[in-house]
Design a protein around this ligand. Structure first.
Ligand SMILES: *Cc1c(COP(=O)(O)O)cnc(C)c1O
Length: 827
């Protein structure tokens, strides 16, 4: 299956339909080992992927050659997660081969969609954070930035979600079972990763006191490379993912003792390191294996970077001019201590030099302010697992706090410390990431502002130039060009295709809102996408939805702060209103939800069950037929998002203000012509500025009001509920089993959490939210006016391209410039 075994005279591959068809057949026969009569869709996918991969490899090498020749500064994006989505459709689109491939596949008697859907969706991420990393890879390649993604090649990605009687059940995601045609295994790129052991002091030949980490247990990290195809196929970057391999000495140790089973067991245990992605989202798991994963991929990536750097340099002086390492959240923050260890212990640099180089090389992106999601690790665990790193963290802390003595009171110093001394002593990874970086960024204007005023207020006072904002973005390639061909074609027919790589060009669509033909075609494209989603819903859930109803969409991880519950309460209130007014004129609404809950997050799983139970009642009630449906789709992932985003009319972005760092689902939906109903949270604030306050439904408390209400101590959800008959009735129904007659008390915990404190202020925002929905429904009655606002949303979303985001990072944080590929000698 490896292209390297193919003869060089195949050279650069033709991209015409005949050549593609020949290529498909050749791979099918000679690599997959099937003929076209017996081939399954999966076989066709494999041969298709290999055919496309062939057309990427030459340019991939040109990219590497260009970067190598110029010795340009490289970007290294460190992320525990890359939620890349399917690659065949994406690579075809970015290479401009979709039509040729469709034709070739057609001649083979297949439909392209069948082949594309046979690809497993690599779920190497939980949600927004991992998807952001994937959008950045696409933008960096498209903008010719020399960039590498570094992460973990999990054998099992995020669990597959199914519903059993409405309850979430998790199934393992064995995505590599049938092989992965995109990746190149690099068994020769192998680095040792050490754990445990102890630290020795010694005096080196120059009389310097040094440290040596000895008696460690060692695992190997082996590289797997996946090409990242930029739009137009000019630059092909690399996503390098690490897989754990047992070291042979690990085995020998036990083999020599004659204990074969023990040897095999230790091999299995060490290879567990890259076995599975932890399904946590915004909550830290206190699991040692997770911490070891973080160190595993960070250490391997640093060793790889330093090896590459040392091919061109004699010392480390120029490292910050040649390497920019971006930490996607604190998961790889241990890399700061690891680079220090390498520079101090292995290369003998002095502390100040090592620290200066480290700080100028690293930068850090913060993704959350939720206290429960700020990563900390027990000191006792670090002392056991990475004893030398713990010493280095203590040294970083001591040198930092030294400057604070006398300037601050004890309370402030305790907050500044990298060690949390409340209870079990723990290392604060956010603090480590902050101190070890030259820039620290938030992911929306509001979030960055709150960072300065809350979690990092003390550090911000010390380093006022360090925090910077980089509002998230999304790639227009996957999220508009590829996912929404109907709208893409319409846009291109009017303004050309420049928007695909320069999304701000969409602004010129503002002039088209009076063009009746354009508006009509825009509505037709939306309807076509809604039909596609309706067919998907019918296929997966056997629910018929009305394509002309308002598609009201909330798709994202299930979390209390994202307030799916608020949406469900409004749904129940609407249901009651329709039943109370059988002759009333209501805008038909289809509520569409999807999202996974962390397996141990019981309240979130109960919310899923509630959604399914409510759906069971509403969808089977003849009194609301044709007026209200509720659809909860299982197994939300990138592929499903690609079908949902283009079909939405209304985008639910209703988190408690101050709690969503940015959101990117909000951007995907608005870019595809959905109107947002949302709080002033995360990037919603900036979306409002760009699409115009008249074209978005904003409701609810602001972040400042949320803070006041929580701190004031006077907020009483019971009073709010008692004063609002719609809310009271909906809650009473849920509490007394109207949706769960088989177990009337099932949802008591949900109702109780609202009545006792309501931390996420669902009750506080309910009435304003209901009014915002009424306004949306009223607008939907006039399709022409709705369409105009939808077009203005699309036109206003250009700024939210991840191309814009990534060029800001390149300019303000990385100081990196584009590099053009360098063609090799002709074959
Ligand atoms: C974009 C995306 C997310 C992030 O959604 P938010 O609404 O920003 O939380 C999560 N999961 C998938 C599959 C996505 O595509």
């Amino acid at each position: 299956m490896d292209a390297r075994y193919r003869s060089r005279d195949l050279g650069r591959k033709a991209v015409d339909v005949d050549a593609l068809k020949r290529s498909f057949l050749e791979w099918l026969v000679y690599s997959v080992g099937k003929d076209s009569k017996t081939a399954t869709r999966r076989d066709w996918f494999a041969s298709g992927a290999l055919s496309v991969r062939d057309r990427v490899v030459d340019r991939w090498m040109d990219t590497t050659r260009g970067v190598y020749a110029s010795d340009a500064k490289r970007i290294y994006y460190f992320s525990m997660e890359f939620l890349i989505g399917r690659l065949l459709s994406n690579n075809l689109a970015n290479l401009g081969l979709t039509d040729a491939c469709r034709e070739a596949v057609d001649r083979l008697g297949l439909r392209l969609e069948e082949v594309l859907e046979a690809e497993p969706d690599p779920a190497l991420g939980n949600g927004g954070l991992g998807r952001l990393a994937a959008c950045f890879l696409d933008s960096m390649a498209t903008r010719n930035l020399p960039a590498y993604g570094y992460g973990i090649r999990y054998e099992y990605g995020l669990f597959e979600q199914r519903f059993d009687q409405g309850w979430q059940v998790e199934f393992p995601d064995n995505w590599l079972r049938f092989g992965n045609p995109w990746e190149f295994a690099r068994p020769e790129v192998l680095y040792p990763i050490h754990f445990h052991g102890r630290v020795e002091n010694f005096i080196d030949t120059k009389g310097q006191e040094r440290r040596r980490w000895v008696d460690t247990e060692t695992v190997h990290a082996m590289a797997f490379d996946t090409p990242v195809v930029g739009f137009g196929g000019e630059t092909i970057n690399t996503l390098r993912l690490w897989s754990a391999r047992a070291t042979s000495d690990f085995d020998f140790h036990h083999f020599n003792d004659g204990d074969y089973m023990k040897a095999v067991e230790s091999k299995v245990l060490s290879e567990n390191l890259s076995r599975v992605l932890y399904p946590n989202d915004a909550t830290a798991v206190g699991r040692e294996l997770r911490f070891k994963q973080e160190y595993f991929f960070t250490s391997a990536s640093l060793q790889d970077i330093l090896r590459r750097y040392m091919q061109h340099h004699q010392n480390f002086d120029a490292l910050p001019e040649k390497a920019a390492i971006q930490l996607n959240d604190t998961h790889p923050a241990i890399g700061i201590a690891e680079l220090m260890r390498i520079l101090l212990d292995i290369h003998g640099l002095d502390w100040d030099k090592a620290w200066d180089l480290t700080r100028r090389t690293f930068s850090y992106t913060n993704h959350t302010l939720l206290p429960e999601a700020l990563e900390t690790w027990p000191v006792s665990m670090l002392e056991r697992v990475l004893p030398r790193h713990m010493q280095i963290i203590y040294d970083i802390n001591a040198r930092f706090l030294e400057q604070s003595w006398g300037r601050y009171d004890m309370e402030t110093i305790r907050r500044l410390s990298l060690i949390d001394e409340n209870g079990e002593r723990r290392v604060r990874m956010g603090g480590l990431a902050f101190l070890g970086s030259h820039k620290v960024n938030g992911v929306s204007a509001l979030h960055t502002d709150l960072m300065k005023r809350t979690v990092f207020a003390d550090y911000h006072r010390e380093f006022p130039d360090r925090i910077t904002n980089k509002t998230n973005g999304i790639t227009p390639r996957r999220w508009l060009h590829q996912a929404n061909p109907a709208l893409s074609r319409l846009i291109t027919s009017r303004i050309g295709e420049g928007w695909i790589t320069d999304l701000e060009q969409l602004a010129s669509l503002r002039d088209r809102v009076d063009d009746e033909v354009f508006v009509e075609e825009f509505r037709r494209a939306k309807r076509q996408n809604k039909k596609r989603l309706a067919a998907y819903i019918a296929r997966h859930l056997r629910i018929d939805v009305d394509v002309d109803s308002l598609f009201d969409v909330q798709v994202k991880r299930i979390h209390e702060y994202k307030r799916q519950l608020l949406n469900l309460l409004q749904t129940v209130a609407l249901y009651n209103q329709i039943r109370d007014n059988p002759l009333g004129e209501f805008v038909p609404v289809t509520k569409i939800l999807a999202g996974k809950a962390a397996p141990a997050y019981h309240q979130a799983k109960l919310i899923i069950k509630l959604a399914n139970d409510i759906a069971g009642v509403i969808n089977n009630d003849p009194q609301v037929r044709g007026r209200l449906k509720l659809v909860m789709l299982p197994n939300y992932n990138v592929s499903q998002a690609e079908i949902i985003m283009p079909a939405a009319d209304l985008s639910e972005q209703i988190s408690t203000a101050g709690m969503e760092a940015s959101g990117t689902g909000n951007m995907k939906l608005a870019l595809n012509g959905a109107l947002t109903i949302g709080t002033l949270d995360g990037a919603n604030v900036e979306i409002r500025e760009h699409v115009g306050a008249d074209n978005i439904f904003i409701f609810g408390l602001t972040a400042a009001e949320v803070q006041d209400l929580r701190q004031g101590g006077a907020f009483d959800p019971r009073q709010v509920v008692a004063a609002n008959p719609h809310l009271k009735r909906a809650l009473d129904m849920i509490a007394t089993g109207a949706f769960s007659p088989d177990d009337p008390g099932r949802f008591r915990p949900i109702v109780d959490s609202l009545l006792n404190g309501d931390h996420f202020l669902v009750t506080a925002d309910f009435e304003d939210y209901r009014n915002a929905h009424a306004a949306a429904a009223a607008l939907y009655r006039t399709p022409r006016d709705w369409a105009e606002k939808a077009i203005l949303n699309v036109a206003g979303m250009g700024w939210f391209s991840s191309d814009r985001t990534i060029m800001e990072y390149a300019r303000d944080i990385w100081n990196v410039s584009p590099v053009l590929p360098m063609a090799g000698e002709a074959d």
